[in-house]
Design a protein around this ligand. Structure first.
Ligand code: PBG
Ligand code: ZN
Length: 321
């Protein structure tokens, strides 16, 4: 009889047989940067996550550096919002200043910037708006301007999350023309219109002022379409493609891993984080074990990069064994 249990007898052989192992470099940690001074605001629906003003960023960056994770992903929260989201591509915009600050004080930290207008527009949508419609082609030049301006500030990687058609090609061309031919693009390719983004929209002040995002983000019922979105972004020049959210979409991630030979990222989003933290606070689950199990599942399903609010805790827990 074949006995699977021979290789599960004790920790020594079990750890030798382990197929998937988490590593600090798997993780990218999202950071919310808010305009103002001396601010460290807790995000209520995301225990352990804060909005930091630039003068308080040092606190979290020191932890990021110590954890030796892959990088950070920045989300700026401006005071001034307008229909064109002008602070998204202003030379002294909040995100541009944050990038410059990190570049100067922690040059070893890899900086990914989310490219999208929703934190910067007065209507809270990810593109230009006409009446009730979210315009596609009219939005592209603004996304390009944002990417180029953050590249000029010193960002290492651009991650467009807006879900406009053709934005990867437009941003690639814009970056190349501005001389940033070496800056990679990580495309939020299969980004679903999801209730799991709720806590993020509180954290980033980016909830849409009218309607919802279903005319540009994907229907969560659609797996085949997700593969077409990913194929299109690869074709347009994406270096890394992303599936988002993570846990309810591991099937999409796995299919993408089987279908495409490019690095995959997954975004373990705010609502997923909130659910774990809430249940853990109640004492209903073991946070550490649940988080390691979830993150391992994402890597097992095919993610090369995991963007997660658990990153700093996970590194601690992985090293403790
Ligand atoms: C901006 C953006 C969102 C997230 C990442 N970039 C919100 C949205 O699309 O409404 C969600 C991240 C999270 O929930 O953790 N477009
Ligand atoms: Zn957006």
């Amino acid at each position: 009889m074949y006995r699977f249990r021979r290789l599960r007898r004790d920790e020594r052989i079990r750890s030798m047989m382990q197929e998937t192992r988490l590593h600090p470099k798997d993780f990218i940690y999202p950071i919310f940067v808010i305009e103002g001074e001396n601010i460290k605001n807790p995000v209520e629906s995301m225990p352990g996550i804060f909005q930091y003003s630039i003068d308080r960023l040092d606190e979290i960056l020191a932890q990021v550096k110590r954890a030796e994770i892959g990088g950070v992903m920045l989300f700026g929260i401006p005071i001034h919002k307008d229909p064109q989201g002008s602070q998204a591509y202003a030379k002294d915009g909040i995100t541009q200043r944050a990038v410059r600050f990190i570049k100067e004080t922690y040059p070893e930290i890899y900086i990914v910037v989310d490219i999208c207008l929703c934190e910067y527009t007065s209507h809270g949508h990810c593109g230009m708006v006409q009446g009730e419609e979210i315009l596609n082609d009219e939005t592209l030049p603004y996304l390009v301007k944002m990417a180029v301006s953050l590249a000029e500030a010193g960002a290492d990687m651009a991650a467009p999350s807006d879900m406009m058609d053709g934005r990867v090609a437009a941003i690639r061309e814009g970056l190349d023309q501005a001389g940033f031919t070496q800056m990679p693009i990580m495309a939020y390719s299969a980004k679903f219109a999801s209730a799991y983004y709720g806590p993020f929209r509180d954290a980033a002040h980016s909830a849409p002022g009218f309607g919802d995002r279903r005319s540009y983000q994907m229907d969560f019922a659609n797996g085949q379409e997700a593969l077409r979105e990913i194929a299109a972004d690869i074709e347009e020049g994406a270096d890394i493609v992303m599936v988002k959210p993570a846990l309810a979409y591991l099937d999409v991630l796995k299919e993408a891993a089987l279908a495409f030979d490019v690095p995959l990222a997954v975004y373990n989003v705010s609502g997923e984080y909130a659910m774990v933290k809430a249940a853990a606070a109640k004492g209903w689950i073991d946070e550490k074990r649940i988080v390691i199990e979830n993150l391992t599942a994402m890597k097992r399903a095919g993610a090369k990069i995991i963007i997660t609010y658990h990153a700093l805790d996970a590194v601690k827990w992985v090293s403790e064994g």
